[in-house]
Design a protein around this ligand. Structure first.
Ligand code: DON
Length: 306
């Protein structure tokens, strides 16, 4: 590990830790509110395979919407460019759970990362695979090298019991004919997918494939083509933070993806992937401290994709 990255992370972590945390833990998934909101971890993995972490970087958390990048990767890998007939690649400029644009665009989601886009991706995987729940978990297990990687039934059940907005979204898309399977089955898989748990070290390692031209770092196995990897990174940059995507590109300058569990992953193609976790969220549903830390990292390193 290049010692400059190490000292940049140390400085960024310490400086961010001094800030007053104005964020609030998500409560609409009741189980998420039970997390210790003082948790704060960061881990960077560079493409030489080494890593460096601080704080609660080894504590697992619910990766939530970050998993949407992995479900998109699997669906895109299998279906190829045909996927874009079901889903668009435009920023939404709306919150992650907004229903607003679905009627305007006749049930075609603006992008794969807003909730209803990820719900359509789950529908696609259900149609393509015999056992989507199991095969998606296997795909992520293999990609992440986490042998005990699993869904959290506790989190998924908690979200299922309160998922009225996602249920509305799924049913509404079905009315336009852009959901092939039964909405209940699509939603079950979607909630399970969001409940995957990882720690910052595992998350940063897992996402190195997108910094490495679509190839897994450990054995150089091709996960997706270079072109697909570029496109997924472009979507993370333009849509990864919902109506705060412009601000993330402006302040951090890297492709990234947030989750309502307080995790954020970002990557610098050809260099590193970094994951940060702090459960208290800003009003846009993105980790308050996570956003600040990453801004601090690219400001100090003076390295971004721009
Ligand atoms: O569907 C939901 O609302 C959650 N399972 C995921 C939302 C999420 O992570 C938004 N990201 N910041």
């Amino acid at each position: 590990m290049d010692s400059t990255y190490k000292s940049i992370i140390e400085t960024a972590y310490k400086q961010t830790n001094l800030l007053e945390n104005k964020g609030k833990v998500a409560t609409y998934i009741p189980e998420l509110a039970n997390v210790d909101d003082s948790m704060f971890g960061v881990h960077i993995t560079t493409l030489d395979g080494t890593g460096f972490g601080m704080g609660n970087n080894l504590q697992k958390f619910s990766i939530q919407s970050i998993a949407k990048v992995l479900s998109l990767t699997l669906a895109y890998k299998i279906l190829g460019e045909k996927i874009w007939t079901r889903i668009d690649v435009e920023p939404s400029g709306t919150k992650f759970d907004s229903l607003l644009l679905l009627e305007t665009y006749h049930g075609i989601p603006r992008n794969p990362f807003i909730n209803y886009g990820a719900i359509v991706i789950c529908d696609i995987l259900l149609s393509l695979l015999d056992d989507a729940r199991e095969e998606f978990r296997e795909f992520v297990r293999d990609l992440s090298d986490i042998p005990d990687l699993n869904y959290s039934d506790k989190i998924a059940d908690s979200e299922k019991a309160h998922g009225y907005r996602n249920t509305a979204l799924c049913n509404f898309i079905k009315s336009f004919g852009n959901i092939e399977n039964e909405p209940a089955a699509v939603l079950d898989f979607y909630f399970d997918m969001c409940s995957l748990e990882m720690n910052c070290q595992q998350l940063s390692k897992t996402f190195t494939f997108l910094a490495n031209g679509g190839h897994k770092l450990l054995d150089n196995k091709k996960i997706i083509s270079k072109s697909k990897s570029k496109r997924i990174n472009a979507l993370m940059l333009t849509c990864g933070f919902y109506d705060e995507s412009g601000e993330f590109a402006f302040k951090v300058g890297l492709p990234g993806k947030s989750g309502v569990g307080g995790g954020i992953v970002a990557l610098y193609p050809g260099n590193y992937a970094i994951a940060v976790w702090s459960p208290r969220l800003n009003p846009n549903g993105n980790s308050f401290k996570g956003m600040k830390l990453l801004e601090n990292v690219t400001t100090h390193s003076e390295l971004s994709i721009f």
